[in-house]
Design a protein around this ligand. Structure first.
Ligand code: S3P
Length: 170
């Protein structure tokens, strides 16, 4: 396994859970850009947003993507906003198959609507979340090599589908 499996998609679409399962099934390392940021900065994501702002977070995120892209044959889960920066997408594509996990707004709200670790959607209205999802969709659609609609699937099914797509792309 040379190329990485790169998971993108909106917050709460299941990237971390699915990526962990896919990594386990394939016996390869799983990495998460948010974890890299927390490790390198020694701060939690919500504290970076609160104390340093989103711009600073995006700089750390760009470095985290570069770190993740140095490996090969791994599963990499990306924070939902990684795709906003074309340099990130270029780096990830160079050595990876990018798979976008899609979920509907109701599933997203049910999973993480009240999660204070996601500063961009914490305490936001349904309409505000829909608006952000629409903005992100444009970036996700242009970055992804493949998409999985996770609506009617459990996480193991999604992980198996990720693996199938990966195998069909290499
Ligand atoms: C963000 C998504 C989060 C995290 C940060 C910003 C975003 O990651 O990177 O809160 O801009 O969409 P997850 O997608 O893993 O929740």
């Amino acid at each position: 396994m040379d190329k990485n499996i790169v998971l993108i998609g909106f917050m709460g679409s299941g990237k971390t859970t699915v990526g962990t399962i896919a990594g386990r099934e394939l016996c390869v390392k799983f990495m998460d850009t948010d974890d890299i940021i927390v490790d390198s900065s020694g701060m939690e994501i919500k504290d970076i947003f609160a104390q340093k702002g989103e711009g600073y977070f995006r700089l750390l995120e760009k470095e985290a993507v570069k770190t993740a892209c140095r490996v090969s044959g791994c599963v990499i889960s990306c924070g939902g906003g990684v795709v906003k920066n074309p340099e990130n997408v270029r780096n990830l594509k160079e050595n990876g198959i990018i798979i976008c996990l899609k979920a509907g707004v109701d599933a997203i709200i049910e999973r993480i609507g009240n999660d204070d670790t996601r500063p961009l959607i914490y305490k936001k209205s349904r309409d505000e979340i829909i608006k952000l999802m629409q903005q992100r969709k444009v970036f996700d659609n242009s970055a992804a090599d493949a998409f999985i609609d996770t609506s009617d699937m459990d996480t193991i099914e999604v992980a198996r589908s990720v693996i199938d797509i990966y195998k069909s792309h290499i």
